[in-house]
Design a protein around this ligand. Structure first.
Ligand code: HEM
Ligand code: HEM
Length: 138
């Protein structure tokens, strides 16, 4: 298993743990519902997407009888996706605590970097899966 695959899976489980704590805190203290975006995106971009990236990078090329086009891009996507998710949620939270347009600007830029990381996954997977497989050797 590539290091970035393992890292995606570990990060995914850490995000699930964090979002669960926040989810329970929101149930207990309804004023924390202003952090619902943080909970939902820890779950959707953290837990769910990172688990899919990790499992997808590992298993989809094998299903197609191929090697991943670029493990280096996979590694790059890991760092971009995680750094941008953390910055996005941190600055969103800071804006909830003390609203400031520059916090939202940084959160928006982090959102754009996150979208780029999604584009890298999209490219790497399609460049792996779409080319025709070479004919079997005799
Ligand atoms: C013990 C685990 C969890 C707890 C206690 C919890 C709690 C909550 C709470 C209190 C809300 C706010 C609901 C409201 O607006 O009144 C919420 C929203 C949400 N949760 Fe969770 N949650 C948990 C796990 C999860 C998981 C595993 C996922 C996704 C895989 C998830 C996805 C979402 C999403 C997408 C929203 C936003 C829904 C909306 O805006 O309508 N949650 N959760
Ligand atoms: C770069 C990636 C993304 C960005 C920047 C982003 C941003 C946003 C924003 C600004 C909202 C509105 C929040 C509000 O009403 O205050 C939102 C809501 C939501 N997004 Fe995303 N999103 C992203 C990706 C995703 C993905 C991939 C999913 C699902 C797989 C998702 C699921 C949701 C859900 C369920 C809501 C409604 C719950 C909530 O208000 O928190 N988002 N998103």
């Amino acid at each position: 298993m590539d290091r970035f695959v393992k890292n995606f899976i570990i990060a995914s489980i850490v995000y699930l743990a964090l979002s669960t704590v926040l989810g329970i805190a929101m149930l207990h203290q309804p004023q924390l519902l202003s952090f619902k975006f943080v909970h939902s995106h820890l779950n959707m971009l953290g837990w769910v997407s990172m688990m899919i990236y990790g499992v997808g990078y590992h298993i989809l090329p094998k299903f197609a009888g191929k090697f991943l086009k670029s493990p280096k891009l996979g590694e790059l996507q890991f760092w971009l996706a995680n750094a941008s998710l953390i910055v996005l949620l941190l600055f969103y939270s800071m804006n909830v605590l003390s609203p400031l347009s520059s916090y939202m600007l940084i959160a928006t830029l982090a959102g754009v970097v996150h979208a780029i990381s999604i584009g890298i996954f999209f490219y790497n997977m399609l460049a792996t899966l779409l080319p025709a497989a070479p004919p079997p050797q005799r």
